[in-house]
Structures are given as structure tokens and as C-alpha cells.
Design a protein around this ligand. Structure first.
Ligand code: SAM
Length: 410
């Protein structure tokens, strides 16, 4: 091996990583005796929880493996892989492209040329990177037709791709509230075609290397059969698809994460109430078609809004989600209502994200500040209901049925 060129390669690589000028590294052309390594490896900088790191993506048979490394770790990893397993390495930096090859006769050969790629992470890491990147084959996205087999997102499916990534970002913020060392148990209510269920599975198992048990529940038998077919093709055995009604779903195992995405009308209320009753650690809901309050809301002081159909509809949707968030707080969940995906892509863009924070039942005054908070939450909820002029609300009825609220009438 030519030591000078080896040292030069090491120097170029380490400099590009320390200066954040590295855009991409590709290792290809396996050595004949390197059966155990991926046929090709792609490495790119990504921002993870505000820190720059390097994501290594390896395609091993049908499986895509993602691993994240610091710049020091990735430098050592690339040098080791290039020395022992791969004949070619392409390093793309903001200043130059480098093609580094092992040549039979004269050892390592380095070819430098003009840069062909643009930096996608800005110097201060402000650019958002997708958790599942474009341009890298991801088996489940290929299977559901969002990506081509060479990893390109189909133009017509780009908004779904963005939605999936946005969803995973929102999930990733809640990971610290999930158990650290046990299997993460998840229920996806109204899973439908399950793009987001598979995405969640991919994120937790492939990216975070966690063990999961996921139930995908939907009352549409046809979609459940289709989801099963996809799971079989992908060799996924830890998602169990089940036909059933959210309102009648019985569960005796612990649940750590419950999601309900675009479940129609009061199905969201049933999902939230059931998840609360199981003391689920994290609950995520993106409601849709909130019809329940539309005809109920009646308060003369609000007639400037209620007299116009479009405003009545939007107002009743917002009021529904406000009441849901308020009940989540009453039941001991820290709750945020945030934008799921911008309005340009879907009008169903509100996410209710709740993290369990305190005992659900009234603690009998043992903890004054919690009791006071709960009393204030209940008072606000009641006042808001009175302002809306509504008698009854699905989530409250279901919580009552499940014995989850006992200390106020409504
Ligand atoms: C609009 S789709 C959303 C699918 C998926 N969660 C997503 O976001 O892509 C709503 C799904 O909820 C299911 N659903 C609605 N009400 C339900 C209920 N009470 N029990 C079970 N499934 C329900 C429907 O069959 C449908 O598949």
C-alpha cells in the first residue's frame, strides 16, 4: 500500500469532517473476500437533536440499516472499511470531489475534481434533514410505492413522504418518555393502509434499534388484509394487524405509545379515552372530520361565527380539539397541540401530543399543587363547554364510561 496516499486520504477525510465540509461518502466495490459487508455504503451528515452527526446507510440483502456516528467515529469507520473491505471510496466535499481507489499496481490512487454536490446541512445545522432520507432505498417505502427501487421518492408521492418524516420527527421528540430498556408496545388506532404504522416500525426498529410490539387496529377488514400482505412481504413479525372497532377494543397489556391518525370524527375520542384508561405513556392524535359539535354549538354571543357554515365548521373543529386537549390535561397528561404538516398539504393538520405526567385519579389532596391544577383544568373545561353551549361531548362520555373521570359533572 502507498503510505503517502493513505496518509493523504486520511488527512482529506478528517479535515472535511472537522470543517463540516463533507457532503457525502460512498464506499463501493467490495473486496472478493468481504462477503459479510454491505454491497455499498452511503454516509451523509444529518442533524439529530440539534447535533451534527453522520448517518451510515448500508444495504444488506433486502434490509436497509441506518447507524449514526460522530465525526471521529465515522472517520475511523471509513478508514477501516476502505482498508479492509472496499476498493473504492468517493468523498464529496464542498470544495472538491475525491475518488480514492485501491489499484493493484501502485496502491491507493487519489483523483481530485471539481465539486458536484451542494451542501445540504448549513454550517450551523439549520437545514432540516429527513429522518428517512430521499435517495436511499427504504424497503417499506418501496413496497408501498412511495420510493422507486433505487431509493428515489416518486414526485407524485412527495407530500406523503414529507408527512411520514414529519410524523417521525414528532414521534422522535417523545422517545425520552418511552421505556428505555423494554419492548415498546404500541397501538395504532384506525391504522388504515398503515403507511405511518410501517414508518413508526421502521423508525423504532431500524433507526433506534428498539424492540417493539405494534398492534394496528382498523374496522375495515380489507385494509387489514392488505397490511398483513405488506408485513409478510417485508418479513415483519412484530406488527399484528387486527380487525376491530376502537370503541370495543380490549387490552390487558401495558401500552407505551398510542397513536390515532386521521381516525374519523369521534373515533379519535374513543382512542384517546381508551389510551388514557391504560395509562399509556405517550398519546398522539391527529383528529379529522370533527362533526360532533357542529350542530350542538349554540351561543347567541357567538352568532357572528356560527351563522356562517365555513366558520362554524372550522370553529367547531377547533373547539373539539381544544376540549380534547383540556380533558387530556385533566387526566394527568402534559398536552401540546401542534401543527402536524402545513396547510398546503392537508387541512387535517393538528396534532394533539400528550405525555403522561401524573396520577389520573384525584389524589385526595396529598399533593396540593396537582390537585389545584386539576381543579383549575376542570373549571376551565366546564366554562368553555358552557361558552359553547354544549351538553355532551364524546371523549368525556367515554372517559366516564371507563371510570376515568369522577369529580365533575357534565
Ligand atoms: C382516514 S383513515 C387514516 C388511516 C391512517 N391512520 C393514516 O393516517 O393514514 C381512517 C381509518 O380509521 C378507521 N376507523 C374509523 N373509525 C374506526 C373505528 N371506530 N374503529 C376502527 N377503525 C376505525 C377507518 O376504517 C380508516 O381506515
Amino acid at each position: 500500500m502507498n503510505d503517502t496516499n493513505q496518509n493523504q486520504f486520511e488527512e482529506i477525510l478528517k479535515q472535511s469532517l472537522s470543517k463540516n465540509s463533507c457532503i457525502k461518502i460512498v464506499l463501493s466495490k467490495k473486496r472478493p473476500n468481504s462477503d459479510q459487508v454491505a454491497s455499498k455504503i452511503n454516509i451523509r451528515p444529518i442533524e439529530l437533536k440539534g447535533n451534527l452527526c453522520y448517518q451510515k446507510t448500508s444495504q444488506v440483502q433486502k434490509q436497509t440499516i441506518h447507524e449514526n456516528f460522530s465525526s471521529v467515529e465515522i472517520a475511523n469507520n471509513v478508514l477501516d472499511l476502505f482498508e479492509n473491505h472496499y476498493l473504492n471510496c468517493h468523498l464529496f466535499t464542498t470544495e472538491s470531489d475525491y475518488e480514492i481507489r485501491h489499484k493493484k499496481k501502485d496502491g491507493i490512487h487519489i483523483n481530485q475534481s471539481k465539486p458536484t454536490l451542494k451542501q445540504s446541512i448549513e454550517p450551523h445545522n439549520k437545514t432540516r434533514q429527513y429522518i428517512i432520507p430521499d435517495e436511499t432505498p427504504c424497503q417499506f417505502l418501496i413496497e408501498v410505492g412511495i420510493m422507486t427501487t433505487d431509493g428515489k421518492v416518486r414526485k407524485s408521492r412527495y407530500s406523503k413522504f414529507r408527512q411520514i418524516n414529519r410524523y417521525l420527527e414528532l414521534v422522535s421528540d417523545t422517545v425520552p418518555s418511552l421505556p428505555e430498556n423494554e419492548t415498546i408496545r404500541v397501538i395504532d388506532f384506525g391504522c388504515g393502509k398503515s403507511y405511518l404504522t410501517f414508518a413508526l416500525h421502521y423508525y423504532l426498529t431500524e433507526i433506534l434499534s428498539r424492540k417493539v410490539q405494534i398492534i394496528g387496529l382498523d374496522w375495515n377488514e380489507h385494509v387489514i388484509r392488505e397490511c398483513e400482505k405488506i408485513a409478510n412481504k417485508l418479513n415483519i413479525t412484530d406488527i399484528h394487524f387486527q380487525t376491530g372497532d376502537i370503541g370495543h377494543f380490549k387490552n390487558s397489556d401495558p401500552v407505551h405509545l398510542a397513536v390515532s391518525l386521521h381516525a374519523c370524527d369521534t373515533a379519535t375520542d374513543l382512542a384517546l379515552a381508551h389510551a388514557i384508561s391504560w395509562k399509556t405513556d405517550v398519546i398522539l392524535a391527529v383528529p379529522c372530520c370533527q362533526h360532533e359539535l357542529f350542530s350542538q354549538i349554540s351561543h347567541s354571543a357567538q352568532s357572528p361565527i356560527l351563522d356562517h357554515g365555513i366558520m362554524r365548521e372550522r370553529y367547531s373543529s377547533l373547539a373539539t380539539d381544544a376540549l380534547r386537549a383540556s380533558l387530556m390535561e385533566i387526566c394527568g397528561y402534559n398536552t401540546q397541540v401542534i401543527e402536524f404538516i402545513d396547510m398546503e398539504h392537508t387541512a387535517k393538520n393538528v396534532l394533539i401530543r400528550s405525555i403522561r405526567s401524573r396520577p389520573i385519579q384525584n389524589d385526595g389532596g396529598e399533593n396540593d399543587s396537582l390537585t389545584q391544577k386539576k381543579e383549575a383544568d376542570v373549571a376551565n373545561y366546564q366554562e368553555f363547554k358552557a361558552l359553547l353551549g354544549i351538553e355532551t361531548f364524546a371523549m368525556e362520555r367515554e372517559l366516564r364510561k371507563l371510570d376515568q373521570i369522577d369529580s365533575f359533572s357534565g
